[in-house]
Design a protein around this ligand. Structure first.
Ligand code: SPV
Ligand code: MG
Length: 567
């Protein structure tokens, strides 16, 4: 809800600034000096930003003497306007030149969404008012009035505000001169007067306000008379208070303390809990919006892709070699099985890889992956592990068994599928008589090269734990353990998983149960047939043969390419 008389964010920035200046409430502006601080000012609840000349020059590491060019200042303002939708009043110093510079400045500020500019009646190049203020020459009144008129005449938005800053008190020219100048600037078209003082008491500001008698909005900068209760300003009829430099000063103190601490202690451990988290920085940068936009706008080949690898099991039949590691860490052709898989994903530009560990998860090499652990792995099945990674489905997602080796075209073709769901089925693997059912796939058509280009759909998968309802006859092959889920379909996958989670037997369910549940829910799961060219590692025999297969995939000339083989 907006306070009475307060314009909501839907109104233009120029209208909101003008309304603040003209309202009969005391209003506040906070200094910002870059995009991040502009965002912080907005989140703190302020209604407008003071684009402080002192703070912007300081964050560039230069003096408040027009050492930064005005276009460098305007470039910074553009970042600030992008990071926050608040109105920004630029501290435009003297207008960076004569009337003509002010005209161009106003046009450029309007183009960049800045709501107003404050110009001060000193001479270019200026010096900060708190450095030897008396010594600074003031502008000629008429010349300064010309600048105000030129600025007002060149604005195209009638609500763009020009605030005229009177430096007569700072320069020691007295109250009468200050009032004379303020009145001249008001007549020249200024939308408000900023009356500046360097005294530690508000006396001359209050005298000025009394004499001014509400002829127009008054803006003050109580940096030096900071101990004055704010109600004093309210009662004096001040329009707007500018807190002019407090974020750059706060940031400076924090940076000095942290730099010193880290330098002296040579460790981060003392500061980590006392500074903003990296995630907080991401939040302020609106990183989530980027991820969401990526899934909408990036083409499939370059969009965010992720992989989830199920790697919680020790491996039945592999106990002899998995006493101290899970199956995925078994060495195959000189590197762990998991590394082969991770490299295959990276080759397809899938860099967001989540591995669900369980048995001896501590032994999993986590370089290049995110490890999540299914703590209940001993009592649960594949779907319980998958559920641990449900938050990691980002963009197009490949879900994979952890014990696979395959030729690279298999993954490439899988991720290039334009179907919402796609699985790889090996048509060369027919069930042997008496063999326990392991991921046998029933499909809408058998593998037939004559059908090349025609889509085949999955009708169900039968495993030791799951059966596809009503499947009779022979399966058309074996599901390899790779499922690709495209874009928005991952939400439907999540929903199906969540539905299965309600079942009492959820802890016994495997990936076949998920595929069957998707089919039962009416999802179309495309089948990509392959004819060999992959290995699963399910027992010691597989383990021994896997090395030959992996060597055969290594590039010619690499030390890994020793022998042929392959399926
Ligand atoms: C600024 O913030 O740059 C100002 C206000 O001009 S003051 O530094 O108080 O002069
Ligand atoms: Mg300034």
């Amino acid at each position: 809800m907006n306070a009475p008389g307060q314009l909501p964010a839907g109104f233009s920035r120029t209208m909101r600034l003008r309304e603040m200046l003209q309202s009969n409430r005391l209003e506040f502006m906070m200094e910002a000096h870059n995009g991040l601080s502009a965002r912080i000012v907005k989140e703190a609840g302020f209604k407008a930003i003071w684009g402080s000349g002192l703070a912007i020059s300081a964050q560039f590491g230069v003096r408040d003497n027009n050492e930064a060019s005005w276009t460098q200042v305007v470039d910074m303002l553009e970042f600030m306007a992008d990071a926050s939708d608040l109105p920004i009043l630029l501290d435009g110093d003297t207008g960076y030149g004569n009337f003509n510079n002010v005209r161009r400045l106003v046009r450029k500020l309007e183009q960049r969404g800045i709501a107003g500019v404050c110009i001060e009646d000193k001479q270019f190049p200026k010096t900060n008012s708190f450095i030897n203020g008396e010594a600074q020459p003031l502008a000629d009144i008429d010349e300064f009035c010309g600048k105000i008129k030129a600025g007002k005449d060149s604005q195209s938005d009638p609500n763009f505000s020009i605030v005229a800053r009177v430096e007569a008190l700072i320069a020691g020219w007295g109250m009468e001169e200050a009032l004379r100048r303020a009145e001249a600037y008001r007549r020249a078209g200024a939308d408000a007067i900023l009356i500046h003082s360097k005294l530690s008491k508000p006396d001359e500001i209050l005298t000025f306000a009394r004499e001014w008698a509400g002829r127009g909005p008054l803006v003050i900068v109580p940096t030096k008379y900071y101990s004055t209760p704010t109600d004093v300003f309210r009662q004096a009829g001040i329009s707007t208070v500018i807190w002019a430099n407090h974020l750059i000063r706060g940031a400076t103190s924090a940076m000095q303390a942290i730099a010193k601490e880290i330098h002296e202690s040579e460790t981060l451990v003392n500061v980590e809990d006392r500074i903003a988290t990296v995630n907080e920085i991401f939040r302020l940068q609106d990183a989530d919006e980027y991820s969401a936009a990526e899934s909408v706008y990036l083409s499939a080949s370059s969009a965010a892709r992720s992989a989830v690898v199920l790697a919680a099991s020790r491996g039945a039949g592999l106990e002899a070699v998995t006493a101290d590691r899970p199956k995925v860490m078994l060495p195959i052709a000189g590197k762990p099985l998991l590394r082969h898989l991770v490299e295959a994903f990276k080759k397809e530009h899938i860099n967001d890889i989540t591995v669900v560990g369980g048995y001896r998860a501590d032994a999993i090499d986590t370089s290049g992956i995110r490890l999540v652990v299914n703590e209940q792995h001993a009592q649960t099945g594949e779907l319980a592990s998958l559920a641990c990674a449900a938050e990691s489905f980002i963009g197009d997602t490949v879900i994979s068994y952890g014990d696979l080796l395959f030729r690279s075209y298999i993954l490439r073709d899988l991720v290039e599928s334009d179907s919402d769901f796609c699985v790889v089925v090996d048509s060369s693997q027919a069930p042997h008589a008496g063999e326990a059912a392991t991921d046998f796939a029933y499909c809408s058509a058998a593998d037939d090269r004559a059908l090349f280009g025609r889509k085949v759909w999955l009708e169900g998968v039968v495993s030791t734990a799951s059966s596809a309802a009503g499947k009779a006859g022979s399966p058309q092959g074996r599901w390899m353990g790779l499922l690709n889920v495209r874009g928005a379909a991952r939400e439907r996958l999540r929903a199906t998983l969540a539905r299965l989670q309600q079942r009492d037997d959820f802890n016994t369910l495997d990936m076949a149960a998920l595929l069957n549940a998707l089919v039962d829910a009416g999802e179309r799961i495309e089948v990509h047939y392959v004819h060999g060219h992959w290995r699963g590692v399910n027992d010691l025999d597989d383990f021994r043969r896997a090395g030959d297969f992996a060597h055969a995939q290594a590039p010619y000339g690499s030390s890994g390419a020793t022998s042929g083989g392959g399926a």
